[in-house]
Ligand binder design. Structure first.
Ligand SMILES: [Zn+2]
Length: 364
């Protein structure tokens, strides 16, 4: 009997090890894989059921971003399943009904107290992961709400909004969206728009293929910086990108890093005719996440304002709003570089808003 038990356990352990090795193709390092294998093979059952990603981050000694990347790659390879768990703001009960974004609705009715509330992707919708039952089936005792509450209290939770703002999630699951005509409330998002100044002239001077190559290189740089700052590129529009961040500081630091990188990029191409002049606008506020053309997109006044603020940028500068300034701690360290403050009327907004402009030639 003992022998039989061992062989079944060996089989499970081998299957886990084999499955995790497939993560190499997603850029997950050997060490991360070894640690993850040990975690999946030996952790208490309760730690593998609707697991808070921050518990895994702690066990694997990884950042939250790297842990989410590991988990999203594992989701792709069928190692874990993803849960969009919805917590009721009244009775605090957690509904496990959503395993895909298309299971979420604008309004959610708590199955316990029947309270109807908005699907708030910052506060009510959180993400957890469970080991795929094809790899290791969990006994009933794995479902232990007291244990999960204890973990959440210790680490805090990872919001649905955070996963929506992970570049790798958007890339590996581009069709994962909420249903058409439904929306998720985003309480606080930082939106960054860029554009290239004088790109029409660039195309006519350099020719289409040379200009396209430069524009593409600039896209690659910007995508990398957005990812490094915990953000996601939502879309490109011509030569422009729209990116979102859950933290105002991340959005602002990404903007500064972009301008710094563009300066070194321009130096590397060593031709004044080839210079790419980047314009950036950043704004923060609430919006809704919607399904637009089968992709997750963002919608609302905050998005429109961010786009208009980018229009105020003259190139080699960053324009951001007072609402971002009020929330970003990073502002303290850069306030000496703010060269201009003005109150502007933007098309479509009834009230003037205060914007700040800073030059691009410094780091924080
Ligand atoms: Zn409830």
């Amino acid at each position: 009997m003992l022998k039989l038990f061992n062989s079944s356990k060996d089989k499970t352990n081998n299957a886990i090890a084999k499955a995790v090795k497939s993560l190499t193709q997603h850029g997950i390092s050997e060490t991360e894989q070894e640690n993850f294998i040990a975690f999946l093979q030996s952790e208490d059952n309760r730690s593998l059921y609707h697991t808070n990603p921050r518990l895994i981050a702690d066990r694997l000694k990884l950042s939250e971003r790297d842990t989410l990347k590991l988990l999203v790659a594992s989701l792709k390879e069928g190692i874990v399943t993803l849960n969009w768990d919805i917590q009721c703001p009244v009775c605090q009960g957690v509904d496990f009904a959503a395993t895909q974004l298309c299971d979420l609705r604008t309004l959610h009715v708590c199955p316990v107290c029947f309270h109807k509330h908005e699907s708030d992707a910052d506060r009510q919708v959180r993400v957890t992961f469970s080991i795929d039952e094809r790899l290791r089936s969990l006994p009933k005792e794995a479902d232990d709400p007291a244990f999960r509450n204890h973990v959440d209290a210790q680490y805090g939770v990872v919001s649905g909004h955070r996963l929506l703002t992970l570049q790798m999630f958007r890339e590996l699951f581009p069709r994962e969206t909420i249903p058409p005509n439904e929306s998720l409330l985003i309480r606080q998002v930082t939106i960054l728009f860029t554009d290239l100044a004088g790109s029409t002239a660039l195309y006519s001077q350099q020719g289409d293929s040379q200009a396209y190559s430069l524009v593409n290189q600039h896209f690659n740089l910007l995508f990398e910086i957005v990812d490094q700052h915990n953000g996601a590129v939502i879309k490109t529009i011509g030569d422009a990108i729209m990116a979102t961040f859950t933290s105002p500081d991340d959005g602002l630091k990404a903007a500064i890093a972009m301008q710094a990188r563009m300066q070194s990029f321009n130096q590397s191409i060593q031709s004044s005719e080839h210079q790419l002049i980047l314009k950036i606008g950043v704004h923060a506020g609430p919006c809704i996440s919607v399904n637009l053309n089968d992709r997750n997109d963002y919608f609302g006044t905050t998005v429109n304002t961010a786009a208009r603020v980018q229009g105020l940028s003259q190139g080699n500068d960053i324009v951001f709003t007072a609402s971002l300034r009020n929330q970003a701690q990073a502002i303290e360290s850069i306030k000496h570089y703010i060269s201009e403050q003005s109150s502007v009327n933007l098309k479509g907004l009834s009230e003037p808003i205060v914007v700040f402009r800073m030059k691009a030639n410094h780091k924080i």
